[in-house]
Ligand binder design. Structure first.
Ligand SMILES: Nc1ncnc2c1ncn2[C@@H]1O[C@H](COP(=O)(O)OP(=O)(O)OP(=O)(O)O)[C@@H](O)[C@H]1O
Length: 185
């Protein structure tokens, strides 16, 4: 059982993978990184005979399938909002800190809270649009204007807000604010 679960969310190209990878390098064997999108992608790869590693990586390849994966996963979530969260947790190893790097829905946060109580910490990564564009963001209808991208826009119960816009918080500052949430472990 983990002692703390860090739930990271943020819009496309806000820096979720970037920050959680740095965090993982520092926490090393104390942590496990979980991705809710992992079970979605492995199902999709099997079904469509696609390369799972390419889908999991930060490449143009995954962008080609993003819309289809969103639509299919929405259908699954409508039946059972914890479906992908549950599989991601079942596959995770027993480490004191879990990092979930791709929280997208209020129901994702709800599911973790229901199942792990006060172990969860809600972290929002923000970056202004100009920065996100420089880092590869191109607005896509059906992707950026639907619930999987926007559901948490009006969520307010964050334990930590991180500004990952260019020229704002330094990486060390961002990481130490996250460490503040796991201190004592
Ligand atoms: N603070 C930063 N300084 C420099 N480059 C950054 C920073 N944050 C993110 N990047 C770069 O911006 C790009 C997008 O970041 P990243 O892949 O982490 O975003 P993401 O939120 O995981 O996006 P997606 O939702 O599309 O997977 C990457 O190439 C990453 O290396």
């Amino acid at each position: 059982m983990p002692q703390v679960i860090l739930l990271f969310s943020g819009k496309r190209k806000s820096g979720k993978d970037f920050l959680t990878t740095h965090l993982q390098n520092l926490l090393a064997d104390k942590c496990e990184v979980l991705k809710i999108s992992h079970p979605i992608k492995s199902h999709w790869a099997k079904e469509k005979n696609l390369n799972l590693n390419e889908l999991l990586g930060d490449s143009e390849y995954k962008e080609q399938y993003r819309l289809d994966m969103i639509n299919w996963s929405e259908e699954m979530r409508a039946q059972d909002y914890g479906y992908f969260c549950r599989i991601a947790c079942q596959d995770a190893t027993d480490k004191p800190i879990w990092i979930v790097s791709d929280i997208r829905r209020k129901t994702d946060i709800k599911w973790f809270k229901e199942n792990y109580g006060n172990k969860t910490r809600n972290i929002r990564i923000m970056a202004d649009e100009e920065t996100r564009k420089k880092r590869g963001f191109i607005f896509k209808s059906g992707v950026d204007d639907v619930a999987s991208e926007c559901d948490l826009d009006d969520f307010v119960d964050w334990d930590l807000l991180i500004d990952n816009s260019e020229g704002k918080q330094k990486l060390e500052e961002q990481l130490s604010s996250i460490f503040g949430l796991v201190s004592g472990l």
